[in-house]
Design a protein around this ligand. Structure first.
Ligand SMILES: [Zn+2]
Length: 414
């Protein structure tokens, strides 16, 4: 079956079979998606004439990767293995600039830039797919779109020809895996040993993305990244006071053993539960104790902050002070549990936290602050219902009493 050339050929060099000619690297990263990333950074660095911003959030947004720590790991590894160089300008917070290492041989650099142009220039093989959420890791991914792009440009091909064409940048198993994936999802078809895009491959991609809710995921990812950024700036750039406080706390005495300077800052409630940088939640800690607390917290169940809490307090209660006192008492229970290894106390601290945190949160953090500082992947605690007006409680008690009385009276009559 002959396929029309849907994508007008780009400016890529072609080999004798009409395939785009990929540079042959002396060494490249162990994984295909990492190769794509180096090429991406090389291309943009070359275009801009300076290193490019590629924090894990940038990469998450551009390559639609869901897992932030996976991206950080990948970037660190690429730097360690000498494929990238990272620069962190001291003056700008949260700005990591990546480029090819100064020590990389010129010929190798040229190869990376060449691959980057082939893939990512406006006329490049991946250019038309750049806004697709299925570019995301775990879905069609850049290597899947590349396979499709070549089939669109060069017409139907056998698996063998495809593997040959891609061999410099992708292992043959990866090429086969991507062909299988595209075929399973009706984006590509296999007929008489020849792969070609299906008639409605564009619709098939959209169907796949809908079925996997990738668009929703994309919107959610953008929202999460924006919230994380806000929180980051709040904590660092916007919160000069917090930075100063942390510095001060590190010079203080460890709240457990008194070591001075403590050297670290711990959070209670732990960040793993719900805590964040807030002056009232940070304490001086030595590295040893901080590490112990960290592993204890990991071994405990995570408190449930979703269930609504009803508290009745005397009307004259200063809720904010009460919440701070309650939090401090939970902290003491936790410290005592950690010191003695008493599981009962540690569990008590978890269950007390379930009422302490919502009360603390909603009395210390305004709605507007909450929008800005709360990372979206954390669950905001349900707002507690605090009954300070005793007439309501008395009203409820009275109605309960009267219904009981009614029952009793009916019982007597019957
Ligand atoms: Zn200590």
């Amino acid at each position: 079956m002959i396929n029309p050339v849907i994508n007008p050929p780009g400016n890529a060099p072609k080999d004798t079979d009409g395939f785009p000619q990929f540079p042959e690297f002396g060494s490249k990263p162990g994984r295909p998606d990492w190769t794509f990333l180096v090429a991406y950074i090389a291309f943009h660095e070359h275009q801009k004439g300076e290193k490019v911003s590629a924090s894990r959030r940038d990469i998450q947004q551009r390559f639609r990767r869901g897992n932030g720590s996976g991206v950080s790991k990948m970037l660190r590894r690429l730097v360690k293995d000498g494929f990238l160089e990272v620069e962190h300008p001291e003056l700008a917070t949260h700005a990591y600039l990546y480029g090819l290492p100064a020590a990389m041989p010129v010929e190798e650099k040229e190869q990376w830039i060449e691959l980057g142009e082939l893939l990512f220039s406006p006329k490049g093989l991946l250019g038309r797919f750049r806004t697709h959420p299925s570019l995301k890791h775990g879905h069609i991914m850049p290597n899947g779109f590349l396979v499709l792009a070549i089939l669109l440009e060069c017409g139907s091909q056998s698996a063998l020809e495809m593997k040959k064409a891609m061999k410099h940048i992708m292992h043959r198993n990866t090429t086969q895996g991507r062909l299988d994936f595209l075929t399973e999802n009706d984006i590509v078809q296999l007929e008489d040993g020849q792969y070609s895009p299906t008639e409605d491959w564009e619709q098939a991609i959209i169907r796949y993305e809908r079925a996997n809710s990738l668009e929703t995921f994309d919107i959610e990812l953008k929202r999460r990244i924006a919230a994380e950024r806000c929180r980051y700036y709040e904590a660092l750039a916007g919160g000069a006071d917090l930075v100063a406080l942390k510095k001060f706390l590190r010079t203080g005495s460890c709240i457990e053993c008194g070591e001075k300077p403590a050297g670290q800052v711990e959070h209670f409630p732990p960040k793993l539960w719900l805590g964040f940088d807030h002056p009232d939640l940070m304490h001086s800690a030595c590295p040893g104790d901080n590490e112990d607390w960290g592993s204890i917290v990991k071994s405990l169940r995570r408190p449930n902050f979703d269930k609504p809490i009803v508290m009745s307090l005397p009307i004259e209660t200063d809720i904010k002070r009460f919440a701070a006192t309650l939090m401090a008492s939970v902290h003491r229970i936790f410290l005592e549990g950690a010191r003695t290894g008493d599981m009962g106390l540690l569990e008590l601290s978890v269950s007390r936290m379930e009422s302490a945190w919502p009360l603390w949160y909603w009395s210390h953090i305004t709605e507007e602050q909450s929008q800005r500082i709360h990372p979206a992947d954390y669950v905001r605690p349900a707002k507690p219902v605090v009954l300070t007006d005793w007439s309501i409680v008395e009203g409820i008690a009275k109605s309960v009493e009267s219904s009981r009385k009614l029952k009793r009276d009916r019982g007597r009559r019957g």
